[in-house]
Ligand binder design. Structure first.
Ligand SMILES: Nc1ncnc2c1ncn2[C@@H]1O[C@H](COP(=O)(O)OP(=O)(O)O)[C@@H](O)[C@H]1O
Ligand SMILES: [Mg+2]
Length: 240
């Protein structure tokens, strides 16, 4: 599937994506491409109900990951509590589209904070409407595996790193909100955090609950390696 280059600007090939992405999203992609964020669109890494990831390539050959948040399929009941009360999004349009655009912008902002704070994560590149462009983690056209897809060689060390990253993120005032082996990639011998759309500020009404839930989910995932820890104790270490 990946051998077929799909030049987005080429009308015939544009049709390939038109069947999957809506008109407005195609226009957003077109704008981002014109700004130089990518030259070629290859295809999907993952196609999901709520979001899809595509691989793009810049003029200089660098690959980028392009995340498209679906506007129609958005599950508003689920995402609204993560947006509500966030001072960064007081004035969003309360329409289907307005909420998804804010959701995408939130992911970009959270990712930017995480990246700057030194949490291994894809370098944020650009965001417009429901589209986010970031560094592609992987080799050639193969995305880096998720932690749930592989067997870790040094689980104790990696567990410590993950807690360190959660703490770094917390110190930068962000809680991931959806942390587990599903949202961590193994790339260049390191764990990378991805998928920051659910992330909230530490001032969020449910911050403590969400942070504890993240820690609990991570501990549950590491338990398969026989790592047993006290969630409360780790929570205190993260916030101290
Ligand atoms: N920057 C990236 N580089 C490579 N692969 C990625 C990148 N971001 C996401 N992916 C791949 O796409 C999948 C879905 O991305 P994610 O941000 O977790 O979206 P979702 O909201 O659908 O869970 C990930 O599990 C991973 O396999
Ligand atoms: Mg995910």
């Amino acid at each position: 599937m990946w051998e077929i280059r799909k030049k987005f600007k080429d009308y015939e090939q544009r049709k390939v994506f038109a069947g999957v992405l809506d008109e407005k999203t195609l226009f957003t992609l077109y704008k981002l491409s014109n700004k130089g964020h990518f030259e070629i669109l290859y295809g999907f890494v993952k196609q999901g109900k709520e979001s899809s990831i595509l691989i793009g390539e810049k003029k200089d050959g660098e690959k980028v990951a392009i995340k498209v948040h679906a506007v129609e399929a958005g599950n508003f009941k689920r995402i609204w509590p993560y947006l509500e009360g966030d001072p960064r999004f007081y004035r969003i349009k309360r329409t289907r589209r307005g909420i998804i655009y804010a959701w995408c912008k939130k992911e970009f902002k959270n990712l930017s904070v995480a990246h700057k704070a030194g949490v291994p994560s894809p370098k944020p590149i650009a965001q417009l409407n429901n589209v986010l462009i970031m560094e592609f983690l992987g080799h050639d056209f193969t995305p880096a595996p998720r932690l749930c897809d592989i067997t870790l060689q040094e689980p104790e060390k990696i567990f410590k790193d993950v807690i360190k990253y959660i703490r770094l993120l917390y110190k930068a005032n962000i809680i991931h909100g959806d942390l587990s082996f599903y949202n961590m990639l193994w790339h260049k011998n390191k764990v990378y955090f991805i998928d920051f759309s659910q992330g909230v500020l530490t001032s969020h009404a449910n911050a403590e609950y969400l942070l504890k839930r993240d820690i609990q989910n991570v501990c549950k995932d590491f338990a398969r390696y026989g790592i047993e820890v006290n969630v409360e104790e780790i929570y205190r270490k993260v916030v101290e």
